[in-house]
Design a protein around this ligand. Structure first.
Ligand code: GLC
Ligand code: GLC
Length: 813
């Protein structure tokens, strides 16, 4: 069952009924100013940091769900009837409804009582504001008198404090209203130099800045007293809960349209120009007023919207494909790339499942997100790598998370997730393969943000690799620390205390438990670094790294192989995890994928993938482990805290599936690789939206596994490493268009039934138009390549850097 459809031409998903199984959301803004918006206009906005600079309020886990957002109320003066054109919050019955989620914008439209309203929400590129561009049309044949009310609830900046510290917060709220613009300025009188404003292009009849004055006592957003009575009180906020409400009257002739623009924005004043006139406590509006005036004008709004569209044209043009499968085309060309931008921007901070107050930017997460983003805006990727490196510890370890506003490591979570450092080598390698910009290796970066500790980035990478060598366990495999990629395999936690954090509690010395996942990551990282060294003509150092990688391969052969698949780990007592000998958790997906990708051993890899097919693959994707743990195990930690089939305990943890797709492609099984791809592909699952329940246009972190009663139900959509890894799997390994140090490498692994496909890829200053044909019906292998009509020997295309389009013909066989 579907709740909408894809409009690929317009790069939109069109939702046709408001009560989707869960709120289906989109993101506004691509840098600095961000908003989350659901298909019924729920959500909130923030500047840079969802916790520390939250602009509007949102109550997670609320009932009814998704109450609170960017709301408009329309009221028919004659009948007194009022409704929300976005369905929420009044949930009145609408004659028609659509929500179009597009690239950085959302348009919600509906009709009620012959009044059509359409609101387009977006953030103009480069601005710290959002626009609500509303058009109201009278579709009836008589004059209609209407009232319109806008409504937003302000957050007192620190979202955690805002939802907990009421003894203070109910006393500090402050607002100003001038010329119809509502300014939210809580704490501006003291240490803040920033404020939020909410403006509207129509002259207003009245306003509210006090929530209770708007809603009325004991009322909710669905029936505000002010809307019901059509009467504002011009409340001026002190204390309690600041809101922004404008009231305006419209008189529409039959067929007449009226366009009203709202601007909600964030602004900072220089510290010494906070107040105007000087000596008062009045907010200085001199710098912000011109910005507001500009964006209240339709021309500026239209121009900004074209800029947004052009920006996305440019981002998406980097890679466009035309294959035999419409889901592949749609995901690669539009939605997967889009989700990669969102995960790059937000890491795991703010979604409808991540509250924005929990996690900041994750070290391993952001490094992996880069793998799917680097081609879109390499400069931002470069800066991100340097920011991440600046949170690295001198030991080579890393802060597990950092706050985007301060860019500082998060002390509460600390470090010792022993896989973290390896990912930074892989993200830097991806950056080099895309750009060949070796200057990044010389960039001076501090450790723990401490001035005076700077070394070139290259040394950071060396320390990443050395960190694993410094933390080796009894079998010669890397020590796991608090956890490796699997945050829930907490082999040193041993927690029996309710509520204690699995992630940060350590009740063992950490000198025993080992991870084959880190072993595989180490091999990949050491080999990448060797490659980089060779590129820099440091042969000896490269050879040493290769030797270390080879030694780790031997260790996996000896202690990391279970006979039919790769072991997952050794626990604190040196007992095997992910082995035939275990009662539960006999086989894990991560080590099968990553050890194959690390090139540990082809024969082993073949067996391991066979075991994945046999034990882990399901119609809804490949589960993380089998059988799931049915009881809590002190020595395993959080993984065994989840009921069977959920999260790390045997759901389809989508992040890991592309590792298996890539592995299948490495071994040449194109049919199987694409089959796995399609099982979790959101667009391919659109038809079962009533089962999948999350958005059909983006990946979710998990799909409930076979052990769950809700097998196939997705959760935790949007912010997941699944986005980057699936993008890598489909573009670089299945379609096989793979950036490498020397240039763009062509190495497809497709279903034999595909007759070919086409790709346009912008790469290192030129555009490659690649036509692949598969006359012999093979999965893998290349018979010939012509570039601009001339045969080339190498499957790595020449680097042109000439701003031209080059024709590449590839014949498989
Ligand atoms: C979450 C975390 C990620 C971790 C994964 C598996 O997605 O953000 O860091 O690797 O779970 O536990
Ligand atoms: C829980 C989740 C895991 C996530 C971690 C982050 O352990 O199961 O997916 O990475 O929390 O703190």
């Amino acid at each position: 069952m579907q709740f909408g459809y894809f409009d690929d031409q317009n790069r939109e998903y069109v939702i046709t009924q408001p009560d989707t199984p869960l709120p289906w959301i989109n993101y506004l803004g691509a840098q600095d100013y961000f908003g989350l918006i659901s298909n019924t206009a729920g959500g909130y906005s923030f500047y840079q940091d969802a916790r520390l600079r939250r602009l509007t309020r949102y109550r997670y886990n609320n009932v009814p769900t998704d109450m609170g957002g960017r709301y408009i109320y329309l009221r028919d003066t004659e009948s007194g009837e009022f409704w929300s054109p976005t369905w929420m919050p009044t949930r009145s019955e609408l004659e028609d409804y659509t929500c179009r989620h597009g690239m950085g914008y959302t348009v919600i439209a509906s009709t009620k009582a012959d009044i059509h309203a359409e609101i387009r929400y977006f953030v103009p590129p480069g601005q710290t504001l959002e626009i609500w561009d509303m058009t109201v049309t009278n579709k009836s044949d008589r004059v209609r008198e209407l009232s319109a009310f806008s409504c937003i609830e302000f957050c007192l900046w620190d979202a955690l404090d805002d939802s907990s510290n009421f003894q203070r917060n109910l006393n500090i709220g402050e607002a100003e209203v001038e010329d119809g613009v509502i300014y939210h300025k809580t704490e501006y009188r003291e240490r803040r130099n920033h404020f939020t404003y909410f403006a509207c292009s129509e002259p207003i009849l009245g306003f509210e800045t006090q929530r209770e004055a708007f809603l009325g006592p004991y009322r909710g957003w669905e029936n505000p007293q002010v809307v019901e009575n059509d009467q504002t009180s011009n409340s001026l906020q002190v204390g309690w809960s600041p809101v922004g409400v404008h009231h305006m009257r419209l008189s529409l002739a039959p067929g007449e349209k009226k366009r009203i623009i709202f601007v909600l924005g964030y602004h900072e004043n220089p510290i010494d120009e906070k107040f105007f006139p000087p000596g008062t406590q009045t907010l200085n509006k001199n710098k912000v007023r011109p910005i507001i005036d500009k964006f209240l004008k339709p021309d500026a709004v239209d121009a900004a919207f074209s800029d947004l569209e052009e920006m996305w044209d440019e981002f998406l043009e980097v890679m466009q494909v035309d294959t035999a499968n419409p889901h592949v085309n749609r995901m690669v060309n539009i939605w997967n790339a889009y989700q990669c931008m969102v995960t790059f921007n937000l890491s795991r901070s703010a979604s409808y499942f991540e509250s924005g107050i929990g996690r900041g930017m994750g070290f391993r997460d952001s490094n992996q997100d880069l793998l799917g983003f680097v081609q879109m805006v390499p400069d931002r990727a470069r800066q991100r790598i340097l920011d991440l490196a600046a949170t690295q510890l001198e030991s080579g370890g890393a802060y597990h998370q950092y706050q985007p506003l301060t860019k500082r490591g998060n002390d509460a979570v600390g470090s010792n997730f022993n896989d973290d450092p390896a990912w930074m080598v892989l993200s830097t390698a991806a950056y080099l393969k895309e750009t060949a910009d070796c200057s990044i290796l010389d960039a001076l970066v501090p450790y723990e943000n401490k001035p005076g500790t700077e070394t070139p980035l290259l040394e950071h990478l060396e320390r990443c690799v050395q960190y694993t060598l410094d933390n080796i366990g009894p079998h010669g495999l890397p020590l796991i620390g608090r956890a490796d990629w699997n945050d829930c395999l907490n082999l040193n936690t041993f927690s029996a205390t309710p509520g204690e954090s699995f992630q940060t509690t350590t009740n063992q010395d950490g000198k025993n438990a080992e991870s084959t996942v880190i072993a595989a990551l180490f091999i990949m990282a050491a080999r990448e670094l060797a490659h980089i060294k060779r590129y820099l003509k440091k042969e000896d150092e490269a050879a040493k790294l290769e030797k270390d990688a080879d030694a780790m391969v031997c260790t996996i052969h000896k202690y990391g192989w279970d006979g039919d698949w790769f072991l997952r780990a050794y626990d604190h007592f040196s007992e095997k995890i992910g082995s035939k000998t275990c009662a539960e958790g006999k086989i894990f997906i991560e080590s099968q994928g990553l050890c194959t990708m690390a090139g540990v051993d082809e024969e082993m890899a073949k067996k391991a993938l066979e075991a994945v097919r046999q034990h882990l693959a399901t119609e809804h994707g490949v589960v993380l482990l089998d059988p799931p743990y049915t009881s809590y195990h002190l020595q395993l930690g959080e993984i065994s805290s989840y009921p069977p089939g959920y999260k790390e305990n045997g759901s389809v943890f989508c992040h890991t599936n592309p590792w298996v797709m890539i592995s299948e492609a490495i071994l040449g099984y194109g049919e199987q690789a694409l089959d796995y791809y399609l099982r979790i592909c959101p667009s391919n699952r659109e038809a079962i939206s009533e089962i999948h329940r999350c958005e059909p246009y983006v990946y979710a972190q998990t799909i409930a596994g076979k052990a769950s009663d809700h097998f196939g139900e997705a959760k935790n959509s949007w912010l997941t490493g699944t986005a980057a890894w699936n993008y890598v799997a489909i573009t670089q390994w299945i379609l096989g268009i793979r950036p490498d140090y020397a240039g763009l490498r062509i190495d497809p692994c497709i279903p034999p039934s595909w007759e070919g496909f086409e790709v346009t890829r912008r790469y290192r200053g030129a555009t490659y138009h690649i036509q692949v044909s598969n006359p012999g019906g093979v999965s893998k292998g290349i018979r010939a390549i012509n570039v601009d009509g001339k045969p080339v020997e190498d499957a790595t295309l020449p680097v042109f850097n000439d701003g031209e389009i080059h024709q590449v013909e590839v014949v498989m066989g």
